[in-house]
Design a protein around this ligand. Sequence first.
Ligand SMILES: [Zn+2]
Length: 447
Amino acid sequence: MQNTLHSQRCRLRINTAFAQRVQLWLNVAPPSAMNERMKNSWADLESQSIRQAIELWHALGSEEFISRTRFKESHRYVVIDRGQAIASKPLVAMAFQLQLGCGKDGPPRLSRGEQTRAILERLGYELVDIQGETPLDAPGLPAINVGPNTRFWWANQSVNFDPVYEDGTLWAPLRDRRGQQVDHWRTLDSALPGDLVLHYASPEVRGISRVATRPRPAYPPRGYNDVTPDTRGKLVLTDPLHPIRVARDVALAALNNGVGPVTASGTLRNGYVFPIEADSALKLLRQGGLEVTIETLEHQGVESKFSERYPGTPTDRLATVAVRAEQRFLRNQQLRRWGSRCSLCDRRLPEELLVAAHIKPRWACSEDERMDTLNVSMLACLFGCDALFELGYVAVDGQGSIERGHRSTDGVEDRVADIVGRPCRAHRDGSRKYFEWHRQYHAGTRS
Ligand SMILES: [Zn+2]
């Protein structure tokens, strides 16, 4: 449960810090820029907006920050600030959003790293080119880092590998139909963040993922259709790393008989999740064509050199993996069920421009409410709806209509007016109480 408490605190910290920052910039955006935002180009970007974006990056953390722009992390050019490496494309994109709004399609396209360099250098920021120095991040190179304490798991998923591998979910009921606990379900309790999972879907091992969160109570996510939706279970979120292909016979030969998923006679055992021994797992991964890097004491020199460019302890990295896994999980559940639309402005948008927004934040949820993932969150777009709702500029009334919140809308009036009066797509019987909580909470905290 320590992990749950930790993530609650993180979420609270992020929310508060994010609220302060975003309030700052929403209120300072010049009205003239709002009216003419379609015409703005990168040439209009000002140095102070980069500074604001950098502050926001420090407040949110890298993953959360990048998830609020349409740009992916660039591994080539970064800006160094207070010893931290900030990916340059998301940085200029956020600065643009802060200063000039998003327009209909977000900031203009950034063709190449060179363009980002030119923009930042014009504004007095130096770009550091780190390409060629980070083989660990080289795209397309299938490499897996394994620490001395990494443990390995085998998951039989012939029934639902697609889509659960992509969603990053391992879920098992708490008890079977007769009320009994089942050993190969209970093994999920032992999964720890950082462990590696080999996913088997007949007739081969098809993927490898890293455990991102400790088990938590949950109803069955997408893809677990052999139980009723109200079945109580536990969920572990994972970060899919690489698709691989290792045929069953080859895999079984790498594993020891009578251990984990292999019977004494060398066949595959029925069941869900099994531990596998490290040396067997490593053999199997290498047979799958992966380069396995073992972090040992003598590698710590390399590790600390690496950390100078990418500060953050392994714990920090696991925390960002958990945030990313959580966001992917919630977003995919919403997308599959409700389609690719913003719940507030109702625009149909590419999936990457929508995020899973918590209607009632995790820190405020009871355990039951946290299990109610489909109702407790909704899809909101990156063009303002996510922030306007999260900060209480708008709320949703008992009938499901978007109404004004209690905040002053100076500087954001046109965006608020755009959506007030619309029906909120995510409002329904199951989510009404969460919207009501959001409305009351923001009415109570106005200042
Ligand atoms: Zn929207």
